[in-house]
Design a protein around this ligand. Sequence first.
Ligand SMILES: *Cc1c(COP(=O)(O)O)cnc(C)c1O
Ligand SMILES: [Zn+2]
Length: 388
Amino acid sequence: MRYSLLTHLECSRCHHHWDSGKLQNVCPDCQSPLLARYDLPAARAELQRESIAARPRGMNRWHELLPVQTPENVVTLGEGDTPLLNLPHLGAAIGLSRLMLKDESLNPTSTFKARGQAAAISRAKELGAQQVIIPTAGNAGGAMAAYASRAGLVARVYMPADTPHSNMQECRAVGAGVVLVEGLITDAARAVSEVVRQGGWFDVSTFKEPYRLEGKKVMGYELAETFAWVLPDVIIYPAGGGMGLVAIWKAFAELEELGWLNGPNRPRMVAVQAAGCAPVVRAFEAGEMTNTFWENAGTIASGLRVPKSYGDRLMMETLYQSHGTAVAVSDEQIRAAQLQLGQSEGIFAAPEGAATVAALPVLLERGWLKNDERVVLLNTGTGLKYLP
Ligand SMILES: *Cc1c(COP(=O)(O)O)cnc(C)c1O
Ligand SMILES: [Zn+2]
């Protein structure tokens, strides 16, 4: 069997197929995000989930279902296989008997952004990119810079001037050029587009590059494996660009096609946003398929400060298809939840991760969550990166 079973890229909107053998950003026809497709029938016939379980730990043990074609091109810093922790004390306090947290802060660069960048930078290097560029709310830039350094690529990161200092220092420490932009990630994105238009730089923006999503989908594979291939009832995700949410959902669809899931159930997917920037929640409540730009976005959860995602349609599809929902929580609720999680379970979560804890009482009050459901929170990063 080939090392990777990647076959082509498919447009998420017009469904045209595109060559995965060269560097691609969005669909050349309709400018929508591209999704990686694999020869899943071959995987179903020849690959066993047990053989993947027997391999050395790390994201790359799923290599048949990831884009990199040869092992020499895999750039790794040890990402993946993060722990799934029970939260018995917090669960008892809130009224949930089977509450769990996947702790993504144990990844390289201390956030789950490492997964996406490991896949994207490995594949970009394999396809001949030499210079990579990204607009970021902070953590995606840090991860991109780290993997680019490891791969021997030149990296440039554009971030809002009020991004946490740890993000800037992290990028510089691993050799990336840092450009501070007045405004938000959307302003940084505009600046990056200018540079990209002049040529020579490969853009690894959220949803404008197909393989970051592939790295992030491995969170879904790992969850399925950890739950012995019977998926949990609810997954609660702090959504900025929403790539992880879409990616986990894609992973479940692929596992179903592989015949690897033991139960028929799929989790209900929940997007949590900050009240100061909640375009997904607003669209969900209005029953819309796309988002409108959120004016004057502001929140301490910098990873959630995305006024409009390029993947908004995919995110909304995931919420509707999974019978999920969307919740906004205030910065005050996030701060309180961060303390509660730390004091009850010893986990110092990023504000984004803490936002998922803050969403629990809201969902219980609405009667949307039942007390004995298996609920998984994603702690996407460490609180240590947000210290003043
Ligand atoms: C980027 C980020 C998020 C949001 O992730 P998306 O996939 O863009 O929705 C959440 N938490 C942290 C810590 C992040 O860095
Ligand atoms: Zn298209």
